[in-house]
Design a protein around this ligand. Sequence first.
Ligand code: HEM
Length: 485
Amino acid sequence: MATILFFLILAIVLSILLFLSRLKPYCECEICKSYLNSTWSLEFKNLCDWYSYLLKKSPTGTIHVHVLGNVITSNPNNVEYMLKTNFDNFPKGKQFSTILGDLLGRGIFAVDGEMWKFQRKMASLELGRVSIRSYAFDIVSDEIRNRLIPLLESNIHTVLDLQDVLRRFSFDSICKFSFGMDPGCLKLSLPDSDLQESFDLASKLSAERAMTVSPLVWKIKRSLNIGSEKKLKEAIEKVDVLAEEVIIQKRKNDFSSQNDVLSRFMRNIDDDKLLRDIIVSFLLAGRDTVASGLTTFFWLLAQHPHVINEIRAESNRVMGKTVNGTLATFEGIREMHFLTAAIHESIRLFPPVQFDSKFCQEDDTLPDGTFVAKGTRVTYHPYAMGRMEGIWGKDCLEFKPERWLEDGVFKAQCPFKYPVFQGGVRVCLGKDLSIVEMKSVALALIRQFDFQVHLAKDQAPKFMPGLTATVRGGLPIMVQKRREQ
Ligand code: HEM
């Protein structure tokens, strides 16, 4: 026993030394010192705010955090290069699947190569169907009409955490849409859902792995099954059981003619472990992102009441003035260009996925001249990019939906300047769906309720570490029913 322990400790020490020698933890540059001592937090609320500041100062829009082996860029030419032009040299890589592999398995988010191509093709076939849009729209409208509005109506003059409400909303919607299953998280009693809680905990703990300076820390904890790794293992086991239950139920019912994404995959795949991984990837894709985008949208609206007035005026023109109980039609939603612009503008400033990393496969040089050694993590940073004068002009920090309109018509921007949905070969497959979902929710609330956000005016959101942006402490709001106009 003593010998085993001796060799275990020796192996750990050697690995730490090897790791440290590669990471340059001794780096004396200002950025690395500030990162290691956390002195950045004296001046900045969020790590992403500090990175934005550094990227703004950099003449190329790119920085290197040596101690993390991480090149971070806000330069659109670099983003286009890694996501499109030289896509094959910037895969997710082994490092990514090691960190998230226990939770995501071989799901679309975690894999490259043939396994990714296969899932991408299947998911594109499903999400690209014209009829899927009205199917998704009906699910979202149903959840708004039967759950979201009644919940808010029964909580008039009560302080509610809108972020929690929206997370429940998008969890129900993505489960109904992707698996044909209704977890009922937004029912009036706001019930606890095992799947939702275990999934939240598992994604939070998985994301925290990426923040340790050395992966050895979590790897050792995992092998000893202690601390956060023990909790992660237990949460993942619960997710596994619940995902298995979804598959069993689906097999009991006839999935050959059902409309949801999982049924399509089940018609082509027999491997239950892979089906479980697909379920988890879709949960991750469609749940936190939409809730995050909507939460910060409502925070911004509270600071910009004239935008609320514009949205109301536009919707009155399209839908008439009766507000009670009426929801927009799919065609009506599409006609609302100002609303589309406001949502795009909001996620420009507060992208749900604040940064995203790839791993360089072979030595490479980015278009701005930055050399990237094989194995380096390369991160593009939509949060910082939304704050660059060079991309958006002098008013880049202002919330101005008009910047997306040309003669009143919404005009999309180049995805490499605005990689909120990624861009290039692996562009988000749920982009259009999520815009329709966000517009539908925002419109229903804005037309039917007045709301007050209970946060100080200048109290900008502080985010928790995680795979998607979550506001620490939630978004406390109080709603009031609007009268007929
Ligand atoms: C505001 C909402 C959303 C945002 C901001 C967003 C953003 C993103 C981003 C940045 C990626 C790239 C992630 C990476 O490669 O690491 C991505 C990928 C993806 N998204 Fe979304 N997403 C949203 C909603 C959705 C929804 C609702 C769905 C599904 C119904 C979805 C499905 C996917 C899928 C399947 C991928 C993987 C694509 C691939 O790897 O080929 N997304 N999304």
